[in-house]
Design a protein around this ligand. Structure first.
Ligand SMILES: [Fe+2]
Length: 262
């Protein structure tokens, strides 16, 4: 699996606080099937993002990481004026692996009326928008039509793995399901912050998706699309979401509500 969103680098945001904790998070990800782990420290008013510092921390993390996991740079880009201007000057400092995909976080308190225009400026400079955890944003949960519009304009949506497990509450879980049902969720990532409350366990989401939707969908959301984001290649949505396998009794599932448990 490829996990495009995590806060495992130590001491630079509200994620891992020590090098030891950071290394344990990498080990946990690797031992549960993650082969590429993206470091995406916050870039917002509270936590200043310095790509050079992130590169230095990544080198240290790589030197002690177990074999079989690749560590890559990105950031958790908060939509604000300073960030936009800086990203327009040098997109590769902010994008995943220096390619074209940008992890985009919106405020929980307000959605700018010109959000789409601001994103267009970034897109005109070659960036592609991946909106992080819309299911955890109370304003967006009221506006699925807006999300549908954004997806129609070529933006991607990333769910948090633990939202699918119910760890962000019933509203985040219910909205995640709505997005999945409508084919409006393109990525799942751990957004890991520590070893316990928010661990780097993308495998749990993969299993949940396989059980409640299909293994094909799990593969698209946890492997194929994230790998394309790391490589900077196009994501083909012409056959997305994949249709449920014929062997799955969708009528029975509806009658007996197997999608309603978590
Ligand atoms: Fe995050």
């Amino acid at each position: 699996m490829v996990d495009i969103h995590s806060h495992f680098l130590p001491g630079i945001d509200d994620g891992a606080q020590t090098a030891e904790q950071s290394n344990l998070m990498v080990q946990m990800a690797q031992s549960h099937g993650t082969r590429i782990l993206v470091a995406s420290p916050h870039a917002d008013v509270q936590f200043r993002y310095d790509p050079d510092q992130v590169d230095r921390l990544l080198e240290e993390a790589r030197s002690v990481a177990p074999a079989g996991i690749r560590l890559v740079r990105a950031c958790d880009f908060h939509l604000m004026a300073d960030n936009i201007e800086a990203a327009l000057k040098d997109p590769a400092r902010y994008t995943i692996n220096g390619k074209c995909y940008l992890l985009m976080e919106l405020s929980d308190l307000t959605i700018f009326a010109n959000t789409s225009e601001l994103w267009s400026r970034l897109e005109d400079a070659g960036m592609r928008i991946i909106l992080t955890h819309p299911e955890r944003n109370p304003l967006l949960r009221q506006r699925i039509g807006l999300i549908e519009e954004w997806v129609g304009e070529g933006r991607f949506m990333q769910l948090t793995a633990s939202s699918l497990l119910g760890l962000f509450g019933p509203k985040a879980l219910a909205f995640s399901r709505q997005l999945l049902d409508r084919g409006l969720a393109h990525f799942v990532a751990s957004d890991a912050h520590d070893l316990r409350a928010r661990p780097p366990r993308l495998d749990l989401a993969f299993a949940w998706l396989s059980r409640h939707y299909s293994e094909e969908l799990a593969k698209r959301l946890c492997i194929d699309h994230p790998l394309a984001a790391v490589e900077g290649s196009a994501i083909d949505l012409s056959d997305f979401p994949p249709s449920a396998p014929a062997s799955k009794p969708s009528l029975l599932r509806r009658l007996f509500g197997s999608r309603s448990d978590s």
